[in-house]
Write a protein that binds this ligand. Structure first.
Ligand code: 5U1
Length: 682
């Protein structure tokens, strides 16, 4: 069936609108319409194209995915080689680079003596370099860098990336335009991919760069399409016909106008000192950026000066990458030790051949848990990759294949606590193995005391971790209350403690006695009760007695408190050891003012009993239960004459029948969600 001129016009308008909204969303990060409007336009276009398949064009937003999987990638010869960059690893090397090219330009009369060079500055993204070839504005080919001369044709895969326009926007672009840039995976996309892989019990990716490379190497572009890749343009390889602006940053701005994503941090700096300042500023923000970067690229901004400078071997003379300290290095795994934490969690810790990484020397790295050791396939003596990003605890992210020594020993997870010998257990659904010794376990006791004394808890100045270890080892302290019984003679007799330090510590202990309810509650070290939860509990109940006496349902009414936390709190106050410790602390003079709590209107669903049955689509039953409880409702497991409402999901069975027999009010999931929304729980 042939389409009417109006239909053809409408179809073109839909494509234009969609391409424009795509640009606003993915390139400018400034959408003009909600997602629902975009989806509506896309569905309309799809429907029209289904009716008139002859009108489908390769630049249609519907044509990002769909080609059949490839057998192999074809080879691509780059018309202009894709070069690499000279590196500078410190300030002196950057200054040296600037001096060399300044001298060259001065000698060629292209720069005056003492005239600073203007540089274009952009972060160096840690991704995969690619080339995109546009002919008459239409994306024709996407290729990897390969060896710089020959790459692989990844057109089908790059078409799936939304920040790559299938047709250039606007006008004025050269008829042949080869854009170069980096394809990368933003940190959030990487975390989401690995979370999903963990849930499916599949191998996770070591870092965003490997994940991006793996995603681009897919022969089936539908797999690439499922990965949230982005492409950031950093230059033009070659162009034919037309013209381009005469500075590097001008070219990038033109690329942005034509629909390509450029880095939001891009700027210019005049002279090497300004470059160093830019490097410092970005280095300080490195961790907060939404993508990994491994340095800053400085390029002479004037294209005519670039031409004067030319190339050396495989790199341009006019550009340099000033690298940040590497965040990953390889080293040897010497041993694995098992540490016991405050809650009994047994954490394997890798002892490593010290290595300089992420700006510090690292000799230990966490291995998280038993699953992590298995996932990594780790053995003693392995060469491993250690990652240290910012202030994050260093971690072992991979084993280097092929470097395992002969007879490398397996890592055996202990069945008994390495400190107290109690059995170690791993609960179902929990990755963490725990020592079951509780406060019999010296390690748990030490950690509980360290936590109690810490700044955000009782803030006992001078009572550091080492001193707590000594006090417990010498049997001077075995519970937090013992701290307040320490004498001057006991303290002054300790290693590296004189009379003066003992005086100071006793004074600090005395000062710490006057505390606040949130601090005291946090100091108790109840599992999952952090500072914010302690504050919310204190403000809600006003006194420790009320918190200790609260039921799980009452606790659930507090912001931030879910069923797991509520359970840990009631469990804590059921144990005599804990209530005795609280009493002893009070006896020793620890005190705090109660908090005045304003009269609260009764919870909106107080006095009502709900039963949940069947499969819910929007949230799990346990999530629904927690939200109903938050509003004061009781949630029971069985239907009885006392039930007020039954929430029936899909495939509800005998409970629904029983509720019908008893004349209980029955609501579906949508009605429950309305109710939750009405009372502000959603
Ligand atoms: N940001 C940026 N990354 N990067 C990588 N610019 C840039 N330029 C490059 C490379 C390899 O090369 C040109 C200077 C040739």
């Amino acid at each position: 069936m042939s389409a009417s001129p109006q239909t053809i016009k409408h179809l073109q308008s839909l494509k234009q609108q969609l391409n424009h909204h795509n640009y606003r969303y993915y390139v400018l990060d400034d959408p003009q319409v909600p997602d629902s409007e975009y989806d509506r336009l896309l569905r309309e276009l799809q429907a029209l194209e289904q009716q008139y398949p002859q009108l489908i064009t390769p630049d249609s937003p519907t044509q990002r995915v769909g080609a059949a999987p490839l057998e192999a990638f074809a080879q691509v010869q780059h018309e202009v080689p894709m070069l690499s960059l000279e590196n500078a690893f410190d300030e002196a090397e950057l200054r040296d680079f600037n001096r060399r090219i300044s001298e060259r330009l001065i000698a060629a009369d292209a720069l005056k003596e003492d005239q600073p060079i203007e540089y274009g500055c952009e972060p160096k993204l840690d991704g995969i370099a690619v080339s995109l070839l546009y002919r008459d504005g239409l994306l024709q080919r996407g290729a990897t860098r390969g060896d710089g001369t020959t790459g692989e044709d990844i057109t089908q895969n790059v078409r799936t990336i939304h920040s790559i326009p299938l047709r250039l926007l606007g006008s004025g672009y050269p008829p042949v335009l080869e854009v170069r840039g980096e394809i990368y995976l933003p940190k959030a996309g990487f975390e989401a991919m690995n979370r999903a892989a963990r849930e499916r019990e599949e191998k996770v990716f070591v870092n965003p760069r490997n994940a991006a490379a793996g995603s681009l190497r897919q022969l089936d572009s539908r797999l690439t399409a499922a990965r949230p890749l982005e492409m950031c343009a950093y230059g033009v390889g070659w162009f034919d016909g037309g013209g381009l602006p005469d500075t590097h940053t001008g070219v990038l701005r033109a690329l942005q106008q034509w629909g390509l994503l450029i880095n939001a941090e891009m700027t210019t700096a005049v002279g090497v000192d300004a470059c160093i300042e830019f490097y410092r500023q970005l280095a300080a923000r490195r961790e907060a950026l939404p993508y990994d970067i491994d340095g800053i690229v400085f390029k002479v901004n004037s294209l005519s000066l670039q031409q004067q400078l030319g190339y050396v071997a495989r790199a341009p003379r006019w550009a340099v990458a000033y690298k940040f300290p590497a965040q990953e290095e390889s080293t040897t795994l010497l041993d694995v030790e098992f540490q016991v934490g405050r809650t009994g969690a047994v954490t394997p810790v890798a002892r490593l051949e010290p290595v300089f990484v992420g700006g510090a020397t690292v000799a230990n790295a966490t291995l998280h848990n038993r699953d992590e050791i298995e996932r990594l396939g780790l053995r003693l003596g392995d060469t491993v990759i250690v990652r240290r990003a910012g202030d994050v605890i260093p971690k072992v992210v991979a084993v280097v294949p092929g470097k395992r020594p002969k007879n490398a020993a397996a890592i055996v997870f202990p069945e008994r606590c390495p400190v107290c010998g109690s059995p170690v257990e791993t609960l179902e659904d929990e990755a963490v193995a725990r020592c079951t010794g509780g406060l019999i376990c010296e390690a748990q006791r030490k950690e509980a005391i360290k936590h109690f004394a810490s700044r955000k808890a009782m803030d006992i100045e001078g009572l550091g971790d080492k001193l707590v270890e000594q006090l417990v080892d010498q049997k001077l302290v075995s519970s937090v209350a013992d701290l307040y019984r320490l004498t001057h003679a006991q303290l002054a007799g300790l290693e590296r403690m004189g009379a003066k330090s003992a005086d100071n510590l006793l004074a600090a202990l005395e000062t710490s006695k006057a505390t606040s309810l949130p601090h005291f509650l946090f100091a108790l070290g109840i599992r999952e009760v952090g500072e914010a939860t302690a504050r919310n509990l204190a403000n809600y109940f006003g006194s420790l007695e009320k918190i200790a006496a609260a039921s799980e349902e009452q606790l659930l009414e507090v912001d931030d408190v879910g069923p797991v936390v509520a359970h840990f709190i009631t469990e804590f106050f059921c144990q005599p050891y804990n209530t005795e410790a609280v009493a002893a602390l009070r006896g020793a003079g620890v005190s705090w003012p109660d908090i005045e709590v304003a009269e609260r209107p009764p919870a909106p669903l107080a006095g009502l009993t709900f039963v949940l049955t069947g499969t819910l689509a929007i949230m799990s039953r346990s999530e629904a239960k927690a939200l109903l409880q938050q509003l004061g409702a009781k949630v029971a497991g069985t239907v009885s004459a006392k039930t007020h409402h039954l929430v029936a999901g899909e495939k509800a069975g005998s409970k629904l029948t029983k509720a019908q027999e008893l004349g209980v009010d029955i609501m579906d999931e949508a009605a429950m969600i309305d109710l939750l929304k009405q009372h502000g729980a959603l």
